[in-house]
Design a protein around this ligand. Structure first.
Ligand SMILES: Cc1cc2nc3c(=O)[nH]c(=O)nc-3n(C[C@H](O)[C@H](O)[C@H](O)COP(=O)(O)OP(=O)(O)OC[C@H]3O[C@@H](n4cnc5c(N)ncnc54)[C@H](O)[C@@H]3O)c2cc1C
Length: 294
């Protein structure tokens, strides 16, 4: 009955070099971090596809957190809970909120940063928050003889159609998040991005203002099963406006977002457009409130 079927081999390297070497020799292996996504995918056992597992948990370098005065550097095997605990006084609030809202506590203690960024089909909390922060990702390629290394800005991790841009054979080995002051940051989710990604939206904002003039406004909007949407056009039309924004200005900006999303992808559902516009309006009102409160 089980002819031609074998249990997968599990490789447990202790260094990055060993992991790259195993990946080069067994390129069809599945990289296994916390396993929370992988375990929720239905797979037959034993199966015919013979996919081996390359477990990254034993690689101590991938668990490191370092900081200096310019940035915090985090290994992809750092769990969401550990990042929150170690970085509680230094993480950008938008990133801390993205971590706190990432699933139930049991998932946060097991899920890792690398696993969250490399979800095969969904663009989730961390990618949305890190996209508006200055974040660089180190990628090592097991296919080249010298295991080449490159640093890319986080948006380059994903292709233009929103799919994961990592090539099979590549491993994320570090992330650098640069420190930068902001006057206003926020992170919101409407719906359930993991179980109902087709209707959910995730929204992150990072803004600076001097006196009452907005000097920088960055936002990212994840339509989890499609892409992370950003718009230089909207960012530019908010930047250099004076706070508080008037009701008329907020409605105009929200209308601009509605139009852009309607033309962006036919896969975006009406409920997502509605939710995106509401969340943007509320965020701009919250920014107004913060200015009044100071
Ligand atoms: C019940 C539940 C609710 C959830 N709710 C949310 C939510 O609300 N918001 C949210 O953001 N997330 C949510 N998640 C998803 C969670 O974020 C992911 O499951 C988790 O982040 C994956 O991390 P992991 O370490 O378990 O990855 P794994 O399952 O081990 O791996 C995930 C993918 O990443 C790849 N990978 C892992 N590490 C690397 C690396 N270093 N380099 C290259 N590829 C790598 C793996 O090969 C795999 O394809 C939820 C999950 C569950 C189970």
């Amino acid at each position: 009955m089980y002819e031609g079927v074998r249990a997968p081999a599990v490789f447990n390297p202790e260094t990055i070099l060993e992991a790259l070497d195993v990946y080069q020799r067994y390129p069809r292996s599945i990289l296994w971090a916390g396993g929370t996504t992988l375990m929720s995918q239905l797979r037959e056992y034993p199966s015919h596809d013979n996919k081996d597992i390359l477990y990254l948990g034993g690689v101590s370098e991938l668990h490191r957190i370092n900081r200096n005065e310019r940035y915090i550097e985090v290994g992809p095997m750092v769990s969401i809970q550990r990042l929150l605990t170690v970085g509680q006084h230094i993480l950008h609030p938008v990133l801390a909120h993205a971590c706190k809202r990432l699933g139930p506590p049991i998932i946060r203690s097991q899920a890792t940063i690398g696993g969250s960024l490399c979800h095969p089909n969904l663009r989730l909390n961390l990618a949305t928050a890190l996209m508006i922060l200055e974040t660089q990702v180190e990628i090592k390629d097991s296919r080249s003889t010298k295991s080449s290394t490159r640093w890319v800005p986080i948006h380059r991790l994903y292709k233009r159609d929103g799919s994961l841009g990592l090539i099979h054979g590549e491993i994320i080995t570090r992330l650098r998040v640069f420190f930068e002051d902001a006057n206003f940051q926020c992170f919101s989710i409407i719906g359930d991005p993991f179980y109902h990604p087709e209707t959910a939206v995730i929204f992150a904002v990072f803004a600076k203002y001097e006196k009452s003039t907005i000097s920088e406004f960055r936002f990212s909007l994840s339509l989890p099963s499609i892409d992370i949407f950003r718009s230089k056009e909207i960012e530019a039309s908010i930047t250099s406006k004076d706070l508080p924004l008037s009701a008329k200005e907020i409605i105009a900006i929200s209308g601009q977002l509605r139009e852009l999303l309607s033309n962006y992808s036919s896969k975006i559902q009406k409920v997502q457009i509605e939710r995106s516009c509401r969340i943007l309006e509320k965020t701009l009102q919250d920014m107004n409130t913060k200015v009044f409160a100071n």
